[in-house]
Ligand binder design. Structure first.
Ligand SMILES: [Mg+2]
Length: 303
């Protein structure tokens, strides 16, 4: 397929039925291909990257098959900790995308990895989260403490709690006020939805707790924090430069790629537009129409 290169490393080639866009931060195409050739693992954002809403993109399954054929691993990454890994796998299966627990990484798991590394003696947590998220922490060996002043936790974890209850919110504030280590799963203010409502997310719950206690979380996991990639790097023994972080949002997906020294691939199948990609600072390593085009680029780099 012909790809035209303009001075700005932007190429837009019209085809009979599709427009092909490639915006690269590299001085020439050969340099880009050499860089792409180093990729051994692809970390994929989910909504806007592999599906939109509840509909899988038609090229997602073929793209993953192509990665497998090339011996390149992949993981799915989400900032949303409200569903457990098992719930996510079920959701993906229903969309026609079979995945294994090892392939999925949520901000709840990033938080668990963080706690084990930074608060190794913490075993009892006061958790503001959905039952599904609390279950994920229990599965990792943590005890979840009750809304009771005598049931003292070692640390407080605040997540995207879609089951938020006022007494538990006040109890979390109490333990934060008492100086317990305090960690948030993800920074998002709201969770995107097509329904006529606002899904108040973890960042907003933490803002409320900050007003009440004067404390911000000691750590906030999830994208754009580079720690979100740590579990994947450890599990697959990868260096950051061997990972391509692929997503549709500049200020989370591409910011994390930049902070983690991974290869940032912006796809224009979700939130960001071509104009956003051109204005982005830092610029993604490459902006493409979709992951389908990324599959082609990786294959070309390995020729
Ligand atoms: Mg996305």
């Amino acid at each position: 397929m012909p790809v035209l290169y303009a001075n700005d490393q932007l190429s837009v080639t019209g085809f009979s039925s599709m427009t092909r866009i490639e915006l690269s931060a590299y001085p020439d195409r050969q340099t880009l291909l050499e860089r792409v050739g180093k990729i051994r693992h692809v970390a994929l954002d989910m909504d806007g990257t592999i599906y939109r809403g509840g509909t899988l993109f038609p090229y997602t399954v073929p793209f993953l098959g192509r990665l497998k054929e090339m011996g390149i691993g992949y993981s799915f990454l989400t900032n949303n900790p409200s569903k457990s890994v098992a719930d996510y796998l079920k959701h993906m299966q229903e969309m026609g995308l079979p995945a294994t627990p090892e392939e999925l990484y949520t901000s709840a798991q990033a938080t668990i990895t963080y706690l084990k590394a930074h608060h190794p003696r913490a075993t009892r947590l006061f958790i503001l989260g959905t039952p599904s998220m609390t279950g994920e922490f229990e599965k990792a060996g943590y005890a979840s403490t009750a809304d009771d002043p005598s049931d003292e936790p070692d640390a407080v974890v605040v997540g995207f709690d879609m089951t938020l209850a006022y007494p538990r919110l006040c109890r979390a504030a109490w333990w934060i006020h008492c100086g317990k280590p305090y960690v948030a799963t993800n920074p998002d203010w709201v969770c995107p939805t097509d329904q006529p409502t606002i899904l108040v997310d973890c960042g907003s719950i933490c803002a409320m707790l900050e007003k009440a206690t004067g404390r911000k979380p000691g750590a906030t996991l999830g994208k754009p924090q580079p720690e979100m990639l740590d579990g994947i790097l450890d599990a697959h023994r990868l260096h950051p430069f061997e990972v391509a972080m692929v997503g549709d949002r500049i200020y989370t997906d591409m910011m994390m790629a930049h902070k983690a020294n991974a290869f940032g691939v912006l796809v224009l199948s979700g939130e960001a537009t071509l104009a956003d990609a051109q204005d982005a600072d830092p610029r993604p390593d490459v902006a493409l129409q979709s992951i389908e085009q990324l599959g082609e680029l990786i294959a070309e780099a390995r020729l």
